[in-house]
Write a protein of this length. Structure first.
Length: 315
């Protein structure tokens, strides 16, 4: 197995998580970071792509693979297994890998540092009737309420300068609620590098903007990025209507999946209920793993090598 560095133009139109799309890596570069795109080659066959971000901590070069690699549809299980089991031997320095599915995590000979989360995904290949039928009853009732409250939904490509006031409202909300998200500069550079690949949906009560949701587009997948709602928007269930309208718009343009991100029922139970109630399906992805050379794969060897960085009670 080997990795061959390649270019943005060589990326096939494969459905993938935001973290594996070339626009993500290009955005990181524009922000001063390092990223590389690689062909995954097994037995002379190109079986997929993987994007890796890099950062240096003194003499140590740390690589990060978020929700990858991304496989060609015809990649066999044997080839995927061979690629993952050999990943530790071809990455220069230390790498952390979070595969996009549990099977890949099982084949990757690695030490788990964080448990496997779940993501919420809406299947956009389904007709509207089936997508609505998947919604929880209370969620659907709030959507119907929003549809008759007189809200107006508008949408357009993001303009960072024009939308500065709305983005500032989300930033203030983020600070008040103490939740994590990509830094504001990420959106600015994403829009500059990938024009038209960020879509803003806004809800209006008369002339007042009461809520918004912003999506990053990396066809055939879209990813929810950030959102905001004021008191009037929450009272009118504006986010329910925004998500429903955005899903229909994406479906009409051939998108196959809407990724709503991870679901955390402990620290953000309200947001988790919103995502699950929308009709999204929960899917387990892999844990965060540390691929190790063979001589370090035993837990006792790992503890000796990283006595401070990796607590002994991690599994």
């Amino acid at each position: 197995m080997r990795l061959e560095e390649t270019s943005l133009g060589d990326w096939p139109a494969l459905p993938c998580a935001l973290q594996q799309h070339p626009c993500y890596g290009q955005t990181v570069r524009r922000m001063g970071g390092q990223a590389g795109i690689y062909r995954v080659v097994v037995g002379g066959e190109d079986i997929g792509r993987v994007q890796m971000l890099f950062r240096r901590f003194g003499p140590v070069r740390l690589g990060w693979v978020g929700r990858g690699p991304v496989w060609h549809p015809d990649a066999t299980e044997a080839d995927r297994r061979a690629a993952l089991s050999g990943l530790a031997g071809v990455v220069q320095g230390v790498a952390l890998v979070q595969p996009d599915c549990p099977a890949d995590a099982d084949w990757l000979r690695a030490r788990a540092l964080m448990t496997a989360p779940h993501v919420a995904e809406i299947d956009l290949t389904l007709p509207a009737e089936q997508r609505m039928a998947r919604q929880h009853g209370k969620w659907r009732n709030r959507l119907r309420k929003a549809q008759v409250t007189g809200l107006t939904i508008r949408h357009r490509p993001v303009d960072v300068a024009r939308d500065a006031e709305l983005l500032a409202r989300e930033a203030a909300q983020r600070k008040a609620r103490r939740y994590a998200a990509l830094p504001p500069a990420f959106l600015q550079h994403w829009v500059a590098h990938c024009p038209g690949a960020a879509r803003l949906f806004t809800a209006h009560a008369g002339t007042e903007t009461v809520a918004f949701m912003l999506f990053l587009l990396h066809a055939p997948v879209a990813t929810y990025h950030i959102g905001w709602s004021g008191d009037a928007g929450r009272s009118a269930s504006a986010h329910h209507l925004l998500l429903w309208q955005a899903s229909g718009w994406l479906t009409d343009r051939g998108f196959a999946r809407l990724d709503l991100g991870t679901v955390d029922t402990e620290s953000a139970p309200g947001l988790a209920r919103f995502k699950i109630g929308s009709g999204a399906r929960l899917r387990a992805i892999g844990p965060t793993l540390l691929p190790l050379p063979r001589f370090l794969r035993h837990p006792s060897a790992l503890a000796r090598a990283f006595p401070l960085a990796i607590p002994r009670n991690h599994s």
